[in-house]
Design a protein around this ligand. Sequence first.
Ligand SMILES: [Zn+2]
Length: 385
Amino acid sequence: MKYQPHPNTTIALAQNLVSRQSVTPEDAGCQPLLAKRLADLGFTIHNLRFEDVDNLWAERGDRGPIFCFAGHTDVVPTGDETAWRYPPFSAEIHDEVLYGRGTADMKGSIAAMITAVERFLAQYPNPPFRLAFLITSDEEGRAINGTRKVVEWLTARGEHIDWCLVGEPSSKNSLADEYKIGRRGSITGNLVIQGKQGHVAYPHLADNPVHRAAPFLAELTAIEWDRGNTHFPPSTLQIANIQAGTGANNVIPGTLSVQFNLRFNTETSVGAIKERIATLLDRHGLNYSLDWQLSGEPFLTRSAELVQAVERAEAQVTGCTPLASTAGGTSDGRFIAPTGAQVVELGPLNATIHQVDEQVPVAHLIEISSIYEAVLQELQKTVTV
Ligand SMILES: [Zn+2]
């Protein structure tokens, strides 16, 4: 251990996790460390390895709904390590700020969850609901053998999460000013439009796919998918990549490849997107192939027990009411929400995530841990068995 452990237990645990080089899909011993802490609290531990990915499902209690803390131990690569003020896995604290890869996204939150549960169970050893942790080491990567597989495993066992708090860094300008109650969906289309290659001087012997596609693309990018709703902005489509041509100025290209991505809300379905684009392609008489990759459906958690518990917990700890947001990219909540779980995401500031000098103030992690504990206490008041 190179770093100087902080006297606060949440921070010392965060340092221990950050010092482990768990770049996706490596876990680097983070989950065994968490499993030990949870086993000591009476959790049953399931180590679920799917291909090269370690996952942890820990569960405690035998009555009531399941409240689950969800998170990931993997981190994104550091980039040029010499660009960092302090080495990215040194877990150093300077002026009460913890530096390192994964401090904000999201080892700090995981440490805060563990210590929140330790304090909560010391006070209420027999809560009227079950407690669980779903921890993966494949959130930042392909996310195939992580949360998605654990949820399938749970479903096969006939278990399902009722309330899930994901510790993703949701705060924008000040601690816990925002939390997420949903996310937009994301789908990518890989479109290839066929033409016929030829000499530019003899266009009647060729068929230019760029010319054929141009009016189609103009219409595609002008579509109004929906107008959004109270919780979501309107759905959008962006062309991300477009390729055609050989590089020579005298060759009509044979094919045109277009990759586009939609971020869509609960007003527009995957089926509607596919149908609308197929209809448009056919109307333009294009000879095409189109592959779809669905990254996640949109989800929205209605204002029920979990959302209310989070709002009351925040009011107690910070004295503020957080903004319920659906902005930002996707998270593993997309795999948990479709099972019917209420899902919220609440964690530290996201200002430095994935950046050089990723950092989180010590005071913020301590406060996040207090909010997590207060959420458990609020749920404890809600549930009657
Ligand atoms: Zn994350």
